[in-house]
Design a protein around this ligand. Sequence first.
Ligand code: URA
Length: 210
Amino acid sequence: MLDHLTVVTHPLVQHKLTLMREKDTSTASFRQLLREISLLLAYEVTRGLPMTTKRIETPLEEMDAPMIEGKKLALVSILRAGNGLLDGILELIPAARVGFVGLYRDPETLQPVQYYCKLPEQLEDRVTIVVDPMLATGNSSAAAIDLIKSKGAKNIRFLCLLAAPEGIARMKAAHPDVPIVTASVDRLLNDHGYIVPGLGDAGDRMFGTK
Ligand code: URA
């Protein structure tokens, strides 16, 4: 079982994250690094999945070989930046079912409002990995997980690239059953909702927008 918070300190992850943080890293390099780092993070977030065995025949003899148990995993991307993590993970888990949740922040109430939701079927029988690169206030991640739980998911993990302490606290309060895997817990969230030192706006950096 994963702890509530796992910080992936592997040298490859940390090296790639440093390159992504640098302000002069190009969109093309940022995208490539995100793809590479998401493969490594996918390896960590799938740690401890329930296993079974399958009777197979090697060229030499029969054996009971390990396999991941149960239905195909579900990956849920929180739009739009979640899609950057999704691509790399799908390279490693190509048979995963994929869902999307879109939320925006109401300018008056500052609360997340859902504008899009399309989720795989039978979430109750799948391990569901929710992906969003930046866990900032935690409001939209917590709201997305509320929604995913309301559609039946029971076994959820959350994967991000960077987390602010405020976001971790919010998630722990709202969803103590959802383990978080991240490459870094940064110092703070600033008054504009940016993670500091962070890497800026993850969506803008991966899609080349401003
Ligand atoms: N979302 C981002 O893209 N960057 C932040 O620093 C915080 C939220």
